[in-house]
Design a protein around this ligand. Structure first.
Ligand SMILES: *[C@@H]1O[C@H](CO)[C@@H](O)[C@H](O)[C@H]1NC(C)=O
Ligand SMILES: *[C@@H]1O[C@H](CO)[C@@H](O)[C@H](O)[C@H]1NC(C)=O
Ligand SMILES: *[C@@H]1O[C@H](CO)[C@@H](O)[C@H](O)[C@H]1NC(C)=O
Ligand SMILES: *[C@@H]1O[C@H](CO)[C@@H](O)[C@H](O)[C@H]1NC(C)=O
Ligand SMILES: *[C@@H]1O[C@H](CO)[C@@H](O)[C@H](O)[C@H]1NC(C)=O
Length: 240
C-alpha cells in the first residue's frame, strides 16, 4: 500500500478537480474522507483486505492473506513520521509479500487523509492513503474501512452506477505507485457478504468504480506475522 508522490502537486491538482467536479458525468466526484476520524481506534487492531484494486504494491496475484497493521509511534522518527505500517500478503504462487518499514503521517486537521511512504524517505515523497469510510467493530456492527490512494481522477468508461443517484461518473485512482489503489478492509478475516456489498455501495455512491476491485482469500492464513503468532505486541513494542 505504499505510494509516493509530490504531495504539493497532488494538492494543487485536487483543488482544480474539486472546483469542476459534479458538473457533468465527465468529471469525477470530489471524494470526502471520514469526519472525526479516531486514528487510535483505527490502529488498534489488524485489518483484513477483502477486495483491492491493482497497483504496483497490490498486483492481481497478491490475492491471499492481505493484511495491514498500524501502530502509533510514541516519538516521531527523523522525518517526523508518527505511525508505523506493516503490510503482508501471499501471492497465488505461494510467495510472500511484506511491506514492513512503511511510515505514515497526517495533518492533524484531516487525520483521515494519511500519507504513507518508506520510513527512510522524507514526507514530500509520501503518497495519499485516505480513509473514505470507516465503522469500528462492535457487538452489533461489523468493522470495515474503505481506503483510497487519494482522489480518483480517471474515468472508468461504461460504468455509470456512481454517485448518490447513480448518475455520476465512476472513477478510479492510478494503478502504478503514485495516487493508486483502492481497498475494502474488515476487522474479521471472513466477513459476511452483506458487509462487503454495503461497503461497495458506499464506494459507488462516493464515485468509485467497483469493477476495479478483485477478491482476496483469507482461508488457511495461519502464518501472518503479528496476527497468528502473537507477535503483534512485539511489533508494537519494536516500532516505538
Ligand atoms: C511518483 O511520483 C514521484 C514524484 O513526482 C516521481 O519522482 C516518481 O517517478 C513517480 N513514480 C512513478 C512510478 O511514477
Ligand atoms: C479513540 O479511540 C480510543 C480507542 O478506542 C479511545 O480510547 C478514545 O477515547 C477515542 N477518542 C475519541 C476522541 O473518541
Ligand atoms: C463502451 O460502450 C460502447 C458502446 O456500447 C462500446 O463501443 C465500447 O467499446 C465500450 N468501451 C469499453 C472500454 O468497454
Ligand atoms: C438524488 O435524488 C434526490 C431525490 O430526487 C435529490 O433530492 C438529490 O438532490 C439527488 N442527488 C444528486 C447528487 O443528484
Ligand atoms: C486450505 O487447506 C485445506 C486443507 O489443507 C485445503 O484442502 C484447501 O484447498 C486450502 N484452501 C486454500 C484456499 O488454500
Amino acid at each position: 500500500m505504499m505510494k509516493t508522490t509530490y504531495a504539493a502537486l497532488f494538492l494543487i491538482s485536487t483543488s482544480i478537480t474539486g472546483s469542476i467536479a459534479q458538473s457533468s458525468p465527465d468529471t469525477c466526484l470530489t471524494v470526502t474522507t471520514v469526519d472525526n476520524f479516531n486514528l487510535t481506534q483505527y490502529a488498534s487492531a489488524p485489518w483484513f483486505v477483502q477486495q483491492q484494486a491493482v497497483n504496483t504494491y497490490t498486483p492481481l496475484d497478491l490475492n491471499r492473506c492481505v493484511t495491514a497493521q498500524y501502530s502509533l509511534k510514541e516519538h516521531s522518527n527523523f522525518w517526523g513520521y508518527t505511525i508505523d505500517v506493516f503490510n503482508y500478503g501471499v501471492k497465488s504462487d505461494g510467495g510472500q509479500s511484506t511491506g514492513g518499514d512503511l511510515c505514515a503521517d497526517y495533518n492533524k486537521d484531516i487525520p483521515s487523509q494519511l500519507k504513507v511512504a518508506p520510513c527512510f524517505l522524507p514526507k514530500i515523497f509520501a503518497g495519499p492513503y485516505w480513509i473514505v469510510a470507516y465503522q469500528e467493530e462492535t457487538d452489533n456492527n461489523d468493522g470495515y474501512a474503505l481506503v483510497s490512494g487519494g482522489q480518483p481522477r480517471n474515468l472508468v468508461p461504461n460504468e455509470s452506477t456512481c454517485g448518490e443517484n447513480g448518475t455520476a461518473a465512476c472513477c478510479k485512482t492510478g494503478d502504478g505507485v503514485n495516487n493508486s489503489g483502492l481497498w475494502i478492509l474488515t476487522r474479521q478475516p471472513t466477513p459476511s457478504n452483506d458487509i462487503l456489498q454495503e461497503v461497495r455501495t458506499i464506494a459507488q455512491q462516493k464515485g468509485f468504480s467497483t469493477s476495479v476491485l478483485f477478491d482476496v482469500d483469507h482461508t488457511n492464513c495461519t502464518d501472518i506475522p503479528g496476527i497468528n503468532d502473537n507477535t503483534r505486541t512485539r511489533f508494537l513494542r519494536q516500532q516505538q
